[in-house]
Design a protein around this ligand. Structure first.
Ligand code: SF4
Ligand code: SF4
Length: 286
């Protein structure tokens, strides 16, 4: 079973929810569980596993094409084949360039060029690390190369790491928002947990994310974090739209202080731990 944890905006507690649900299942319910940090621009999950051990790390590269302007006839065929508008050809100026930030390494331009003017070179995309955690099968983290805009490409590579994990419960901690990297993360999930907070901002972003998941025809439920703060509008929206409310994580100053020091697993309050156990049980029964 693959479960993605997403939120329409940052700061709702998506990471703490992912970490806590993984830890709760691994500790009390089923050891055969994995956590995958797909928030590749800012992977934070590992910070909260204070006893974790880095067991493996590898560099991931992507092939970026380059044009040899000596061999190029400026015919523009490569630019026509490129679905990502990454290639600029200006015949008058004898100018030919590929924008590495837009290139998705699909290889189409190299196939298109009949003059052997395009060669592909490996460029760093990011690092994939495996951590052993106290309970469960561990954490896999993708960390994007600084300056790279290729989040989606790295997330695809990170997901390949769990391709053979049949029979495991896999949690994908998605990037915040509703853009391509989020779609890539949730695309093959069996169920999605949306994390929100009971504030006008939380509601606004929840609505956008719900729309996205309805378009993708994905089953989902909501966890309201920082419950007890804000207003009832988020709950009204959940009820009016027949959305499954998986649980409410009560706001706690003590918990917020533990979060700030990275200590959320050991110093969890009884009330919050009970809530996570109830949520974990609901997910396992799906
Ligand atoms: S590899 Fe694909 S995305 Fe990159 S420049 Fe060539 S055609 Fe465009
Ligand atoms: S297809 Fe080849 S020859 Fe034509 S513009 Fe592109 S690189 Fe140049």
């Amino acid at each position: 079973m693959k479960i993605a944890v997403a939120s329409g905006k940052g700061g709702t507690g998506k990471t703490t929810v992912s970490v806590n649900i993984y830890n709760t299942i691994a500790k009390y319910i089923d050891k055969n569980v994995l956590l995958v940090d797909c928030d590749v621009e800012e992977p934070n999950d590992a910070i909260f596993f204070q006893n974790s051990k880095l067991v493996d790390t590898k560099e991931v590269k992507q092939l970026i094409p380059q044009i040899d302007t000596e061999a190029c006839t400026f015919c523009k065929k490569c630019a026509e084949w490129c679905e990502f508008n990454a290639i600029t050809i200006i015949k008058k100026l004898q100018f030919a360039e590929i924008n590495g930030d837009l290139c998705h390494s699909c290889g189409a331009c190299s196939v298109a060029c009949e003059y052997g003017a395009i060669t592909e070179y490996p460029q760093p995309l990011g690092i994939i690390s495996h951590f052993q955690t106290e309970y469960g099968k561990g954490l896999i983290e993708g960390r994007l190369e600084i300056g790279s805009a290729m989040q989606t490409a790295l997330i695809k590579e990170v997901k390949k790491e769990v391709a053979g994990e049949n029979g495991s419960i896999i949690f994908f901690d998605a990037p915040p928002g509703t853009s391509c990297p989020v779609v890539e993360t949730v695309s093959d999930a069996d169920y999605i947990i949306l994390v929100t907070e009971p504030t006008p901002f939380g509601l606004h972003d929840l609505k956008i994310t719900v729309e996205l998941l309805n378009d993708l025809q994905k089953p989902f439920g909501v966890i309201v974090n920082k419950a007890g703060l804000g207003s009832s509008e988020v709950y009204d929206f959940i009820e009016e739209n027949n959305i499954e409310l998986l649980g409410k994580i009560p706001f706690s100053k003590e918990y917020a202080a533990n979060y700030a020091s990275g200590d959320i697993l050991k110093s969890i309050t009884d009330e919050i731990e009970t809530t996570y156990r109830e949520i974990a049980q609901k997910l396992i029964n799906k």
